[in-house]
Design a protein around this ligand. Sequence first.
Ligand code: TXA
Ligand code: MG
Length: 325
Amino acid sequence: MTAGISDIEKAAGVLRGGGLVAIPTETVYGLGADAEDPAAIARIFRVKGRPPSHPLIVHIGGAEQLDEWVEDVPRAARLLAEHFWPGPLTLVLRRGPRVPLEATGGLETVAVRVPDHPVALALLSAFGGGVTAPSANRFGAVSPTTADHVRAELGDAVDFVLDGGPCEVGVESTIVDVTGDAPSILRPGGVTREDLEAVLGCPLAVPSTSRVRVPGRHPSHYAPRARVVLVEPEKVVSEAEPAQELGHRVGVLLPAAFAGAEVKAHAVVTVPDSMAAYARGLYGFLRELDRQGCDLIVASLPVEEGLGLAIANRLRRAAGPRPTA
Ligand code: TXA
Ligand code: MG
């Protein structure tokens, strides 16, 4: 059930009391705390099992509040905020005195965004301050895109869960660093590189998009329990079948182009042809394959344009080397 006014008021009270509230956004659910309360922020890190040096995003209620939180806003940042807020874009700017160092992992910069979700915006308005929120999952795991995902993963560690229904975008916000000479993308996400470039009128640097396959070069993140192996789209079926025969419980993310193909595997999810639908479903698909007990997921990368860039980034990170300890 989607949260009503009394839920919003209750959630704002929990934040004022130093508690943690799971909040729906258009991207993924966040684990929110009062952005100006270092003790509540410390609790976020404990609940997530996240190293305190990993900075958080401060969510605010509107672009007009930006100057209350940051300093030295360059023209490019104003332009991007004007075009994409509320929306799945996070801007990294110079930290203002209102932002405690606990929220930024000790950095003098801070990540800020205005989420495009009626429940999140109602909460920000009722609360009045900023809400700092990482994705509401344990560190390194798959982000939650429904309130049930949050309850299943964090349970009683959250004081209150605001249910805003399933997230529309499904992958996290695009993070753009606007503190340097030229804006650069730190994390691809819900706002596409092409849309950002059209507004800025210049090309944007993006993190490495090398085609290197398994094992990924990135440490694992956004990862299901099952190991993830990435292969060329036409090799997904031929990679899955022998592994299944060898005794693995193989989950397959079957590219849309191969829909209807016979696959000998433990579980098969055919991914949608539309990148928007794929992004919306991605984390749910990974969770579903885990739920079905898969120990190996075979997938391929979509074409890295539009939302495909963010999907490919998350799949690469999911396939990255796991900590051995
Ligand atoms: O869509 C989203 O962005 C979601 C929803 C809840 O808003 N939030 C989210 O938060 O994905 P989290 O904590 O899972 O990811 C935040 C990312 C981290 O990779 C962090 O390193 C980066 O933002 N970040 C935060 N502050 C930064 C800063 N000052 N400089 C560079 N990166 C920063
Ligand atoms: Mg996260």
